[in-house]
Write a protein that binds this ligand. Structure first.
Ligand code: ADP
Ligand code: MG
Ligand code: MG
Length: 248
C-alpha cells in the first residue's frame, strides 16, 4: 500500500519553475529518503505535501485517496505531520504547552484540563523515549538540541499522524543525539508510522532509510531501494555529475 503517491507535481514562483513534474512514492511503513543538494526543491515538495504551498499541476494521493491540500490543517487531517528543520517550538514555553500549542490555536482555549494535558504530554514523551529525562512542565529552552528535536517529533505525533515528514532532522545534533533519534524513528517505523526523510547526509540515508528518491533541479532523477544504491553514484546523481565506471 502507498502512504503517499505524487505524480507529475509542478510548482513555480513568479514564472520560475521549481518542481518540474516530480513523481514520488512513499510505501506504507517505510522510511523514504528525499535526497538532494541545496536548492533541489526538497523543502518545496515538503511544503506541498504539508499544505503550505499549492501545486500548480499533478496529483497527490494519501493512502489511496486523492488530496487537494489548501492548508496544513488539511494535511494533518489526512494523517501527515511535519517535523521542521528550524523547530517550530517556543523556548520560553513549557514542553507540554509546545506540544499542544497548535491544538489550542485551532480549537480555542476553552477546554483545557491541565492534568489531562500533562498526562497526554507524558504519553507522547514516552513515544519518543525521553519520559525519564523530560517533564511536561520543563521549559523547552532548558533542553538539549537533541531533546528539543524529540519534543518536535512528539508534537507532530500529537495529531495522530500516520505519516511524518522530517526536514534534515540531524543537521544540528551530536553523534550521540543522532543515535538516539535514529532509535526513536526505527521504533516509530515498527509501530507503522511512514516517513519522508529529507536529507543530504549519506549516513542518514544508509542507516535508516528503506528507499530513496534523488531530487535534482526540480526533477526526481531516480528512485530505488537503498540496498541497491551505490554511495558514489548517489552523490553523482545529487550533484548532476556523470560518473564513469570506476577502473578497478
Ligand atoms: P531545498 O530544500 O532542496 O534546498 P528549496 O525547495 O528550498 O530547495 O528551493 C528550491 C528552489 O525554489 C530554490 O531555487 C528556491 O529559491 C526556490 N523557492 C522555494 N520557495 C520559493 C518561494 N516561496 N518563492 C520563490 N522561490 C522559491
Ligand atoms: Mg535548502
Ligand atoms: Mg530545504
Amino acid at each position: 500500500q502507498l502512504a503517499i503517491e505524487a505524480r507529475g507535481l509542478c510548482i513555480g514562483f513568479a514564472g520560475n519553475a521549481v518542481l518540474k513534474g516530480v513523481d514520488f512514492v512513499l510505501r506504507a511503513g517505510e522510511v523514504h529518503a528525499l535526497a538532494g543538494i541545496n536548492g533541489a526543491g526538497k523543502s518545496t515538495l515538503m511544503k506541498i505535501l504539508n499544505g503550505l504551498y499549492r501545486k500548480d499541476e499533478g496529483v497527490i494521493r494519501v493512502f489511496g485517496e486523492e488530496c487537494h491540500f489548501r492548508t496544513p490543517q488539511d494535511a494533518r487531517a489526512a494523517g501527515i505531520a511535519m517535523v521542521y528543520q528550524d523547530l517550530s517550538l517556543v523556548p520560553s514555553m513549557t514542553v507540554a504547552d509546545n506540544i499542544f500549542l497548535g491544538h489550542w490555536a485551532s480549537n480555542g482555549l476553552g477546554l483545557i484540563d491541565t492534568r489531562g494535558v500533562a498526562a497526554a504530554a507524558r504519553a507522547l514523551l514516552a513515544k519518543v523515549g525521553v519520559e525519564a529525562e523530560v517533564s511536561p512542565g520543563d521549559l523547552l529552552g532548558s533542553l538539549s538540541p537533541g531533546q528539543q528535536q524529540l519534543v518536535e517529533i512528539a508534537k507532530a505525533l500529537s495529531t495522530d499522524a500516520r505519516i511524518l515528514i522530517l526536514d534534515e532532522p540531524t543537521a544540528s545534533l551530536s553523534n550521540h543525539e543522532i543515535d538516539q533519534l535514529f532509535a526513536v524513528l526505527m521504533r516509530l517505523r515498527a509501530e507503522g508510522v511512514s516517513m519522508v526523510y529529507i536529507t543530504h547526509y549519506l549516513r542518514d540515508i544508509f542507516e535508516i532509510c528503506d528507499s530513496v528518491t534523488v531530487l535534482r533541479d526540480g526533477r526526481a532523477v531516480r528512485s530505488a531501494p537503498v540496498s541497491q544504491v551505490d554511495q558514489a553514484l548517489l552523490i553523482a546523481e545529487m550533484v548532476g555529475r556523470d560518473v564513469d565506471a570506476a577502473p578497478s
